[in-house]
Write a protein that binds this ligand. Structure first.
Ligand SMILES: O=C(O)CCC(=O)C(=O)O
Ligand SMILES: [Fe+2]
Length: 151
C-alpha cells in the first residue's frame, strides 16, 4: 500500500484505511480440460470489485488483460504473482490507477489450469476515507468518502 501511495505522490499512510489488516478472501479456481475452448470462456471479461487482487496462476496461461481494444496474454513467469488493481482502488485514486479488465480463456490443455487469488477488500459498512484534499499527480482529488455496502 505504501508503494501505491508513492505512485500517487501522497504520504505513505494515506491508503491505510483500506484495512488490509483484516482477513482478505482467498479463492481457488480450477479450470478443467475443455474440448471446445472457442465456444466458451474460463472466466468472462470483468474487473475485480475490491481494492487489490493478488493471483498465483499455474503454468497453463490463458489469462488476458484488455489494453485499449486488444486482449493481451499475461505471460506466465514461474513463481511470479499477478497483481490486479480493483474498482475501489481506481475510485479512491481519482482514476490514477485503472481497474484492469481481464478474462480467462478456456483451455484444451489436458492438464487443468489452477489459480489462487487473494482479494483485498475494505470491510462492509466501513467508511473508507482516503485521499480527500490530496493532490494526485497534479490534480486535486474530488472524492472524499466511499461507503462500502454488500448488496
Ligand atoms: O484464474 C485467474 O487467473 C483469474 C481469476 C479471476 O479473474 C477472478 O477470480 O477474479
Ligand atoms: Fe478477476
Amino acid at each position: 500500500m505504501e508503494l501505491l501511495c508513492e505512485g500517487l505522490r501522497v504520504e505513505k499512510g494515506r491508503l491505510k484505511e483500506l484495512s488490509f489488516s483484516e482477513a482478505p478472501m482467498m479463492v481457488g479456481n480450477y479450470y478443467p480440460y475443455c474440448p471446445e475452448p472457442d465456444l466458451t470462456m474460463g472466466v468472462k471479461s470483468h474487473t475485480d470489485p475490491g481494492a487489490l487482487t493478488i493471483l498465483l496462476p499455474n503454468h497453463i496461461g490463458r489469462l488476458q488483460v484488455k489494453h485499449g481494444l486488444e486482449w493481451l496474454d499475461v505471460e506466465h513467469v514461474p513463481g511470479a504473482l499477478v497483481v490486479n488493481i480493483g474498482d475501489i482502488l481506481q475510485i479512491l485514486s481519482n482514476d490514477e490507477y485503472k481497474s484492469v479488465q481481464h478474462r480467462v480463456l478456456a483451455s484444451s490443455s489436458v492438464e487443468p489450469r489452477v489459480s489462487v487469488g487473494v482479494f483485498f477488500h475494505p470491510s462492509e459498512r466501513k467508511l473508507v476515507w482516503t485521499l480527500a484534499g490530496a493532490d494526485i499527480a497534479g490534480q486535486a482529488c474530488s472524492l472524499s468518502t466511499v461507503h462500502i455496502y454488500r448488496l
